[in-house]
Design a protein around this ligand. Structure first.
Ligand code: FES
Length: 65
């Protein structure tokens, strides 16, 4: 699902950012540009942030299966 149409950033890309560390909406914009143009995607990004494992305090183990 495309989250930011201005920058062609999809949900998977943003979720992968959240897996690396805790992000704010501004961090996401700085990292990939999402939200930096028209801003219509900011609410979606914020909602994704609130639902991210890092935000909920659950550690994410990357590369562990
Ligand atoms: S849709 Fe994300 S900045 Fe326009």
């Amino acid at each position: 699902m495309v989250v930011c149409h201005c920058k062609a950033i999809n949900a998977e890309f943003i979720k992968n950012l959240f897996a690396e560390r805790s992000f704010t909406v501004s961090d996401v914009t700085e990292e990939c540009g999402a939200g930096g143009d028209c801003g219509r995607c900011l609410d979606v990004i914020e909602c994704m942030l609130e639902q991210s494992p890092m935000e909920r305090g659950t550690p994410v183990l990357v590369g562990v299966s």
